[in-house]
Structure formats: C-alpha cells, structure tokens
Design a protein around this ligand. Structure first.
Ligand SMILES: NC(=O)c1ccc[n+]([C@@H]2O[C@H](COP(=O)([O-])OP(=O)(O)OC[C@H]3O[C@@H](n4cnc5c(N)ncnc54)[C@H](OP(=O)(O)O)[C@@H]3O)[C@@H](O)[C@H]2O)c1
Length: 268
C-alpha cells in the first residue's frame, strides 16, 4: 500500500518501457518490508537538467537508478561520487540526501565480482580475459583489478577503447596488472563476456570457442537469454559456466543498501 509516508525512488531512462528494475526492486522492498516504491521515469537527455533540479527538491525522494543514456551525464551532475563512480566516470545509482545533495555510485563492476564470489569463484591468483570495453566492461575491469585478480587482459572490437580503459585503470590502481590484448583464451583462468554479443540468436560468438579448455570458467553478463550460445559451447567443452543473472542479483542488493543508507527505513 502506498501511503503519504512511502519513500519514493525512480529509474531514469530513455526509452524506459523495457526496464526490469521496477519489478525487481519493488519485490525487494516488499520482501524486506521497506515502505518505499520505485517508479519508471521517461527522461530524454535534453530534459535531464530540468528533471534533476526537480528531483533534488522533492523531500520524500530517496534516490534513483540510472540507465541508458544518462550514466555519464548524471555522474557529471552529482555533488559527490563513490570510489567506483569517480574512477569510471559514470554511475547507475544515486542517493538523495536530506539536504538535496546527489551522491552517485556505479555498481556494475562490484555486482559482477560479488556475483562470482557468491558462486564460490575467488579472484585471487586468477588471470582474467575480459571481452568488451563498453560501459559494463569498463566497470568490470576496475572491479576485477580492485578485487585482486592476478591479471586482466581486455579485448575489444575497437582496440583503442580497450587501450584507453587500460590506461584509466592503471592510473586509478597503479598496482593492477592489466593490458589490452586479443580475444585469445589461452593462459587465462576466467573468461568474461561483457560485450553485447549473445543477446540475439544470430550474433557471432565473442571468441573462438575451439580454444577454450575445460579448466577455464566462462562467465556471461548477458541476462536474456540466460543460456547464451557462448555458455552452451563452453559447457559442451567441459568448462564451468557462470550466468549473467548473478551480476544483477548482487547489484540489486548493493544498490538497495546504498539507496537506503541514512534513511529511516534502512535495512541492514
Ligand atoms: N547482468 C547485468 O547486470 C548487466 C549489467 C549491465 C549490462 N549488461 C549487459 O552487458 C552487455 C553490454 O552492455 P554495455 O552497457 O556495456 O554496452 P555498451 O557500452 O554498448 O558496450 C558494448 C560492448 O560490446 C561490444 N560489441 C558490440 N557489438 C559487437 C560486435 N558485433 N562484435 C564485437 N563486439 C561488439 C562493443 O565493442 P566496441 O567498443 O567495439 O563497440 C562494447 O565493448 C549488454 O548485453 C547488457 O545487457 C548486463
């Protein structure tokens, strides 16, 4: 039941009809008996400043989730950024403080790493091949380096993007062993598909699956379909696999924890 006390949350996107966050987060609020509701807000890029100005003034707004195309623009407009948001330059979650300040953070990478860990996959001493240097790939590269992976190789269709990402990670985390490279699985323990290849049945595979060995963990971040062709091919070759939904599950936990921080309904 929504009452006058219910705290408001939103997801800002353009388009917005396809997002699944309202279902997932509202189910979480219900399950945890948090008096809050999250609603979709269709906000084109050109209207972002006007909408943010209004949201800052809305006293019962606890915060919002951010997705395409606003992740970078909102990071630039936040009053404060968490460490991942600062390093990556984009955010997917923003908390509104009591005095109307916006505090942003990016949980894509932390969600992926936490998803691996909850499934029993430790990153220490692991050499990771990361396919994709887009939005999610960038966040995952930082999180892998931060979590202490032995090494990270970033392979991207557009090599310049992989090189730029590697430079940014090295600057933020000088102790990290990270380089740009080819999508060649040999010499790696974990392969991560962070490209958008695999969402459509006709998509090419993101690497040559004949080169996979059964001791390599193959991880997806694509959620739909749950079992991508890459995961099928990996399984057929005896590789352990890791589904994209684990990243989302952990992100929801991290996002809600962040959004509810300092709020009367906070759940620990
Ligand atoms: N599980 C989760 O919680 C979660 C969270 C976020 C995203 N995702 C999923 O992650 C995927 C990527 O999202 P994103 O936001 O990172 O997208 P993005 O910023 O658009 O990046 C797309 C990436 O895929 C590569 N790519 C696209 N088409 C390709 C092709 N034909 N051949 C080779 N590489 C190709 C791009 O390479 P170029 O740089 O060369 O273009 C880039 O590295 C999407 O499927 C999204 O649904 C999942």
């Amino acid at each position: 039941m929504i009452t006058g006390n219910t705290r408001l949350y939103a997801i800002l996107a353009d388009p917005v009809a396809q997002v699944r966050t309202p279902q997932v987060i509202n189910a979480w609020f219900r399950e945890h008996q948090v008096d809050a509701v999250l609603v979709p807000m269709h906000v084109p890029a050109g209207d972002l400043d006007a909408v943010l100005d209004a949201l800052r003034r809305m006293r019962n707004l606890g915060g919002f989730i951010v997705t395409v195309p606003h992740k970078t623009a909102i990071a630039e407009r936040c009053d404060e950024l968490g460490p991942a948001g600062q390093a990556i330059g984009s955010v997917n979650t923003v908390r509104r403080t009591a005095d109307g300040r916006l505090v942003g953070e990016m949980f894509d990478g932390a969600g992926f790493v936490s998803g691996l860990q909850t499934q029993g996959h430790d990153l220490a001493h692991k050499r990771v091949l990361l396919l994709g240097a887009g939005g999610a790939g960038s966040a995952i590269a930082f999180a892998l380096a931060q979590a202490g992976a032995a090494s990270v190789t970033v392979a991207n269709r557009t090599p310049a993007r992989a090189h730029a990402l590697v430079e940014r990670v090295r600057k933020a985390l000088p102790q990290a062993t990270i380089e740009a490279g080819a999508p060649e699985p040999e010499g790696h323990d974990i392969i991560v598909n962070a490209t958008s290849l695999g969402m459509r049945a006709e998509d090419a595979l993101p690497l040559d699956v004949e080169r996979l060995a059964p001791d390599m963990l193959v991880a997806e971040i694509i959620m739909k379909p749950e079992q991508t062709r890459l995961l099928d091919e990996a399984q057929r070759r005896g590789c352990p696999i890791h589904h994209g939904r684990h990243m989302l599950d952990r992100q929801v936990a991290l996002m809600t924890q962040f959004l509810l921080q300092g709020q009367p309904e906070a759940v620990n």
